[in-house]
Design a protein around this ligand. Structure first.
Ligand SMILES: Cc1cc2nc3c(=O)[nH]c(=O)nc-3n(C[C@H](O)[C@H](O)[C@H](O)COP(=O)(O)O)c2cc1C
Length: 379
């Protein structure tokens, strides 16, 4: 597992995610047995959706009566307990995709299973029977209730994911910020037809662990999501063992070669905010300046912050580079004789260089979002 941590440096619920490929829930289909058959090729799985209280169980029964597949049982905690136990033998980080009619229902499940799993709020379901009782997509149109559920779960000190369908809330980026500020840890987004622009928009709005979903069945599609800000990709309909195995292998190979599996595109090529790690000093009119303005960082603060952030790291110096430090150098895929000469002189491989840039990007994200949160708390 340490090898996997080294490759992706990805943790969820304080556990190592061995590959950034997840199974997304499908009611009546994705349970422990489904995940165990695919466990070699996924790092995380969201089983369910499970209805967890009387009104949602009643809605599930109605939906099943109309021909939909649903998980039906009399005692939700007993049924969920069995699924969680079955998955304990695997190294797949498990999440429960849940539909409940009140915040207290969610909190009750979290009290029963504590930190054994991630609790995913299903704000995605659009079945009329669920919407009628204030569940699923209803929460995207009534974010105050979604916030109450996030808070109720966080009061139990557990890891919380919110599963959404893009394009339903009034503003997806604003919704991401709202659930982040309420304490959520993960946003799991069914992108529908919105593509990577939506991933970037959400990445730039919050530091949440971001799972991109919908038709991400090939390496190219996964890389498109990763290079715009996704931390994981998830699959539902095409989560067959062959597709998952192919994706896992291709992503692992690319991470081994590249050093940073979800490295952003450069800012000037449409990259997300993490790409500040590749930007040079602000010396000309370029997309860096409006980006700094949007995040409220002055030129001076940006300069000082990056200089400070690379201190005592392998990318601190770089005499033969344009600005005297590898902190200001671009992505390894952009050709640059000066950067490559410097790396060679220092004995720093392309992979190690990209890992250093990854760590720099993490510091940038902390600086942007942690400071904003502490400013909020003090106001
Ligand atoms: C049969 C079926 C059942 C689903 N049930 C759920 C569910 O209970 N909860 C949920 O959040 N999403 C549910 N989804 C949505 C999927 O998790 C996923 O967001 C969607 O299928 C798009 O991803 P894909 O292209 O990889 O299938 C369901 C999808 C299908 C096809």
């Amino acid at each position: 597992m340490m090898e996997a941590y080294d490759r992706f440096e990805l943790l969820i619920n304080d556990r190592i995610v061995k590959t950034p490929v997840a199974i997304a829930s499908m009611a009546g289909i994705v349970d422990a047995a489904y995940v165990l058959e695919r466990a070699d090729h996924v790092g995380a799985a969201f089983i369910g959706g499970y209805s967890i209280d009387a009104p949602t169980l009643e809605a599930s029964r109605r939906m099943a009566g109309e021909g939909r597949k649903e998980f039906l049982y009399d005692d939700p905690l007993e049924a969920l307990g069995r699924e969680i136990d079955a998955l304990k033998q695997s190294d797949v980080v498990t999440g429960l995709n849940l539909r409940g009619s009140t915040p207290a229902s969610f909190a009750g499940v979290a009290r029963a299973f504590e930190d054994a799993v991630v609790y995913e709020i299903d704000a995605h379901c659009r079945q009329p029977a669920m919407l009628k009782i204030g569940c699923g997509e209803y929460l995207l149109r009534h974010p105050a209730k979604l916030v109450e559920i996030v808070r109720a779960l966080k009061a139990e000190d557990v890891t919380v994911s919110v599963k959404i369908r893009a394009g339903i809330a009034a503003d997806d980026a604003a919704l991401a910020r709202t659930v982040w500020k309420a304490g959520a840890d993960i946003l799991h987004v069914d992108l529908m037809d919105f593509g990577h622009n939506k991933v970037r928009q959400i990445r730039n709005a919050s530091p949440l662990t971001l799972i991109a979903n919908n038709s991400i069945t090939t390496f190219d599609k996964a890389m498109d999501a990763f290079s715009h800000g996704a931390d994981l990709v998830s699959l539902a309909r095409k989560s067959d063992p062959w597709t998952l195995a192919g994706l896992d292998a291709a992503i692992a190979r690319s991470a081994e070669e590249g050093g940073w599996y979800n490295a952003p595109k450069q800012l000037c090529r449409g990259g997300d905010i993490r790409a500040l790690a590749f930007c040079c000093m602000p010396v000309k009119a370029c997309p860096l300046l409006p980006a700094l303005e949007r995040i409220g960082l002055s030129r001076d603060d940006y300069l000082k912050f990056k200089q400070e952030a690379v201190k005592e790291t392998p990318i601190e110096d770089g005499k033969s580079t344009c600005f005297g430090s590898l902190a200001w150098c671009c992505k390894i895929s952009s050709p640059c004789m000066f950067r490559n000469m410097t790396l060679e002189k220092k004995g720093l491989s392309a992979r190690e260089y990209m890992r250093c840039k990854h760590h720099l990007a993490e510091k940038i994200m902390h600086r942007i979002f942690d400071e904003e949160e502490s400013a909020d708390e003090s106001s």
